[in-house]
Design a protein. Structure first.
Length: 263
């Protein structure tokens, strides 16, 4: 099945404006996310999804410098942006990646892709509760068919703003696959939404020297520097509708075994 990874990006963050262009070891956060996502063996193409706002033109410029295509759509309707990307690039499955997760691991993307294929799922993610991976390694994969249904039936603007809540809220209609690690590392916060988050991720990039590392390498650095992980421990995560979705009768769990190195 043709699979694209859609990286959603905009500059209008409320808690850390322009965060996706902040530098990490000399390169913008968004560039780090795009390059790491592109290393996933299960992904045929990486597409950037941004808004039609002129203020997001720098996102388009950066994607162009990386040689990647862009779709532009509504700022408020992220679900529509994902469907635009899926249609424009003939995708049968779509990986959802957020641009504030510069530690995203291509090996985990491949794990989620393998899980949705094994379980013949409509949606697979390592974020379904109980989650085991650090926040900031979030991977969602959804079929084009499920996206089409959600786009046609979801009438809740708050839900459409976050793309996939409609699917997660209807396990009676969609087969959900929970991807879990062998140990619980969910207390770690590796996304970038506040200055405290950025400080932690910047330290990790400086310690690891570029972006050629796995999430297990990052975990080893955090374990060796326990004070680093406390700097953003009290940051409150903004939740989308449907966050906290748990296993149900139509949800299967696929245990992913951590592996060093890229796939």
């Amino acid at each position: 099945m043709r699979t694209i990874a859609v990286v959603q990006a905009r500059l209008g963050s409320t808690r850390l404006p322009g965060k996706v262009l902040l530098p990490l070891a000399g390169e913008p956060i968004l560039a780090r996310v795009l390059r790491r996502t592109a290393r996933a063996g299960s992904v045929d193409e990486v597409v950037v999804a941004t808004t039609t706002l002129p203020s997001d033109d720098p996102i388009v410029d950066l994607a162009g410098s990386e040689g990647l295509p862009v779709v532009r759509g509504s700022e408020a309707d992220l679900l529509d942006r994902y469907l635009l990307a899926a249609r424009a690039h003939q995708a049968e499955r779509v990986v959802r990646i957020t641009s504030d997760c510069p530690l995203i691991d291509p090996g985990l993307i491949d794990d989620v892709a393998a899980a949705i294929a094994r379980e013949a799922g409509d949606y697979a993610s390592n974020t379904l509760e109980p989650r085991t991976y650090p926040r900031g390694l979030d991977v969602e994969m959804v079929t084009r068919d499920a996206l089409e249904v959600a786009a046609d039936e979801d009438r809740d603007p708050a839900s459409r703003e976050h793309a996939t809540p409609f699917i997660r809220r209807h396990p009676d209609r969609f087969r959900l696959v929970r991807v879990a690690g062998t140990e619980d590392h969910s207390a770690h916060r590796w996304t970038v939404d506040t200055p405290e988050d950025y400080d932690l991720v910047r330290r990790l990039y400086d310690a690891l020297g570029g972006d050629d590392f796995t999430w297990l390498d990052a975990l080893a650095v955090v374990d060796a520097n326990p004070a680093w992980g406390t700097s953003n421990r009290n940051v409150t995560q903004k939740l989308a509708p449907g966050d906290g979705a748990v296993a149900t009768a139509n949800t299967s769990t696929d245990a992913a075994t951590p592996r060093p190195g890229w796939r």
